[in-house]
Design a protein around this ligand. Structure first.
Ligand code: NAD
Length: 537
């Protein structure tokens, strides 16, 4: 639940004003509430409103004694406080989801009845599009146009699964008489859904829509960095009157709340999206109970540009591939590979255009690229830029935090380009997850493929060429789950999303995404009910 609260000021206070610009309405002073590790100081008493985000367990909004601040990355100011859960909250949420699942209130509805709820959720998302998009911009930092597209995609995803679940499924087999064999699909049970901060709403929906369509009950954990739109989504889930316990929201630290969810014996499925390091940890933890896991992890995706490509289109999509979402997209085209004949020309044009990208707060319609999500993440990205310089890569564009007055309190980093990189450099091998791209030179198809596949990741990849056969030859050799020819980033609810190698296990979206949340049962029926006579006596 998102409610505005006015904190009552008693006792000691944290001084937060130094973090904020002077004129913003959300600048405020906050009472001591245990989790916030800020400077404790005596300050004047000013009553201000912030968002108060609660958890949702067994059909009720739950307050916690500990709260975690959530920050607007464009300004560094605190915009709200989210519930900080612990293992006990996970226990309650899983028990509620289990009870709801066993009771059949959701799983035993007809597919068409469940679809009715999903259609209503989609309608409500659309009705609140502007409000949700503004909240997303405020909490995650992405530009309003990116946030608006996310809400539209989220509504479309619910509609897609509402439609899909009512379509034929299962199989029958022509086997030896008198048997009849068939296969039915069933919900898995209680699903733990864990998502990152880069698409707080959309990643939630990519998991929730198929999980609910299939008849599962869920315990959902958003990233502690971006709890706002997931909470808003739960308000909508409450408004459509889903049966009690079917959807549960827990919040808090990954290694506390997330880990408790993954290790819980009563959780039948974990669907995780996040970093590869966390994914490995989750896989190890899930092994304890042989819990079914799907993992959507990181990437370091190649964007291969041949000399015969339409040059302006290739440059344009290469910019879109890396700088959309401030480079905080798992499938970002963070390694550009350019055929040697056009390498210099490409870098010149790419840098010229990268330097013109308007970086600014997501709520400014002029902004084309927003801030990074948090101070911590910005520091990680800036550290990678230093690593690149130390490794001897040529910094040809950007590389710095923006320091002009209106942006200096936010987490803005310039669009950054490294050229003349070597394949074994860390900035080529590791996911930076920011507006930082490396450009490499290659000679011919064979080398392009070799370099494209030369990381531990295998999420996405793209090829730009006007030779259709070459495009397909190269794409077929790229070890990645999501690929494009002469375009970048487009994806559809109908098509599977996921990676090869260390980019994950399983697929989201499409029919594949639904199957991730279904068990498959074989049923064999004897049509001649007489003894088999295997034993004589
Ligand atoms: P992260 O791995 O740090 O966290 C993701 C989620 O996992 C958060 O909710 C976090 O609280 C939780 N978590 C952390 N430790 C946990 C643990 N031990 N047990 C259970 N849960 C735990 O990732 P992030 O920094 O939030 O997101 C960025 C990463 O997500 C990038 O690597 C990006 O590539 C990846 N990503 C992948 C996809 C995809 O579809 N493949 C999509 C979006 C983001």
């Amino acid at each position: 639940m998102i409610s505005s609260i006015t904190w009552t000021f008693t006792g000691r206070y944290f001084r937060l004003s130094s973090l904020f610009p002077q004129n913003v309405e959300m600048r405020r002073l906050l009472p001591v509430k245990r989790v916030i590790k800020q400077e404790v100081d005596k300050v004047e008493h000013t009553a201000v409103k912030v968002m108060n985000l609660k958890m949702y367990i067994d059909g009720e909004w739950k307050e916690t004694s500990e709260k975690r601040p959530t920050i607007n990355p464009a300004t560094g100011e605190i915009i709200g406080y989210a519930a900080e859960g612990n293992e006990r909250h996970v226990e309650k949420a899983v028990a509620a989801a289990r009870q709801a699942f066993e009771s059949g209130v959701w799983s035993e509805l007809s597919a068409a009845e469940r679809a009715t709820y999903l259609f209503k959720i989609a309608d409500k998302l659309e009705e609140s599009k502007e409000e949700i998009a503004k909240l997303e911009t405020l909490d995650n930092g992405k530009t309003y146009r990116e946030a608006e597209a996310d809400v539209e995609d989220a509504a479309a995803c619910f509609r897609y699964y509402a439609g899909l679940i009512t379509k034929p499924d299962g199989q029958t087999y022509n086997v030896a008489a008198p048997m009849q064999a068939m296969v039915v699909r069933e919900p898995i049970g209680v699903c733990g859904l864990i998502v990152p901060w880069n698409y707080p709403l959309l990643m939630s929906v990519w998991k929730m829509a198929p999980a609910l369509a299939a008849g599962n009950t869920i315990v959902f954990k958003p990233s502690e960095v971006t709890p706002v739109t997931p909470t808003k989504l739960f308000e909508i889930l409450e408004e459509v009157s889903l049966p009690k316990g079917v959807v549960n929201l827990v919040m808090g630290k990954g290694d506390v709340v997330g880990e408790a969810l993954v290790r819980h014996k009563q959780v039948d499925k974990i669907s995780f999206t996040g970093g590869t390091v966390t994914g490995k940890r989750i896989m190890r933890a899930a092994a304890e109970n042989v819990t079914n896991v799907s993992l959507e992890l990181g990437g370091k995706s190649p964007n291969v540009i041949f000399a015969d490509a339409d040059f302006d289109t290739a440059v344009d999509y290469a910019l879109f591939g890396i700088y959309a979402g401030t480079g905080q997209i798992c499938a970002a085209g963070s390694r550009i590979l350019v055929e040697e004949e056009i390498y210099e020309k490409f870098i010149e044009k790419f840098v010229e255009r990268a330097q013109k990208i308007k970086v600014g707060p997501g709520n400014n319609p002029e902004s084309e690229m927003g801030p990074l999500v948090s101070q911590e993440h910005m520091e990680k990205v800036l550290t990678y830029i230093e690593v690149g310089k130390q490794e001897g890569a040529k910094l040809v564009c950007g590389g710095k935090k923006l320091t002009e007055d209106s942006l200096k309190k936010g987490f803005f980093v310039e669009p950054t380009v490294f050229a003349d990189v070597k394949p074994d450099m860390r900035i080529v091998q590791e996911e930076i997850f920011g507006p930082v791209v490396t450009v490499q030179k290659f000679k011919g198809e064979k080398e392009a493929i070799k370099l494209a596949n030369d990381t531990a990741y295998g999420l996405a990849g793209s090829v730009f060429t006007n030779d259709g056969a070459k495009a397909l030859r190269v794409i077929k050799k790229i070890r990645a789950g999501i690929t494009w020819v002469n375009t970048y980033h487009f994806t559809f609810n109908e098509a599977p999303w996921g990676g090869y190698k260390q980019s994950g296990i399983g697929r989201g979206l499409g029919t594949f995404g639904l199957e991730e949340f279904q068990e498959v049962k074989q049923i064999n029926i004897n049509l001649d009910v007489t003894p088999i006579g295997w034993f004589e006596n």
